[in-house]
Design a binder for this molecule. Sequence first.
Ligand SMILES: Nc1nc2c(c(=O)[nH]1)N[C@H]1C(S)=C(S)[C@@H](COP(=O)(O)O)O[C@H]1N2
Ligand SMILES: [Mo]
Length: 321
Amino acid sequence: MLIKRNTPDLLPSEITPRQVYEGRRQLIVGAGAGVALSAAPVSVPIACAQKISDQRLKTVPSPHSTNEPPTPHQYVTTYNNYYEFGTDKDEPAVLAQGLRLRPWTVSVEGEVLKPRVFDVDELLAMASLEERIYRLRCVEGWSMVIPWVGYSLSELIRRVQPTGDAKYVEFTTLADKNQMPGLSSNVLEWPYVEGLRIDEANHPLTLLTFGLYGEVLPRQNGAPVRMVIPWKYGFKSGKSIVRIRFTRTQPVTSWSRAIPREYGFYSNVNPAVNHPRWSQATERRIGEGGIFQRKRPTLMFNGYADQVASLYAGMDLRKFF
Ligand SMILES: Nc1nc2c(c(=O)[nH]1)N[C@H]1C(S)=C(S)[C@@H](COP(=O)(O)O)O[C@H]1N2
Ligand SMILES: [Mo]
């Protein structure tokens, strides 16, 4: 299992203690006691203990994985952005626990020859699951390294046969007032909508994601199925998806609708294009280094330039941010 792998560049503080990995949250809450946790806020009550799910997923390794040490499981599952369950980082881990995950369907529709409503378990079994260790860079200036479980979205796309008019793909998240307390806030218009150009959606790195750390996705991380697009800011990776729609025109995405000056459709990670209110040149790796944490330089396309830069050949990335 990868978190037990002791690579030379893995600091002792980054190794997830076995007890924590197996879900004994008390260790985390009693952070002073022996576990070298950083200053990152982890303030989830013991009652909301994150237990590693019994639902392990069978995976094969992926050539697309980074060899950087993964961010410890407790950060991945307690430091989250999922505004449907609150805007504070520690809220989704608590408030999402009531989310009903079955039955769950994903409607695949629009410009395709074979539109269909898929049961999520059918999607889960549709292609072989890979473990893909990806960097995830949030637009707010932090990053994590997460061992996701899923398969390339292209596997699904080819099965529904897009028409020649399918130029974009729109992803819509569940919006259920009865289950999602965050919907009472108007920070965004609900449902949460994201989108990709069809070539981005078909890129092998674009992952239809069902799990992390070998288990089914925790609710706060977007169960039962989400997107992960590693060369884009984290908000492009919509969680708890219920609809995938192929369109002729560029989808209106939640963040670009809310604040168009700050969030564009492309949202490629780009250290040279600052957010209007802050620099994007560096990032802080969650769980790393405590108060003496050094900042890491942010890499073009989050370090995936070799694989994806050609998608944007000839485009002015300051204009199409
Ligand atoms: N539906 C939905 N998806 C979402 C968000 C959200 O608020 N709602 N937040 C996004 C942001 S800003 C980030 S950084 C990532 C965080 O994913 P993680 O919590 O699994 O690390 O989810 C993205 N997907
Ligand atoms: Mo984010």
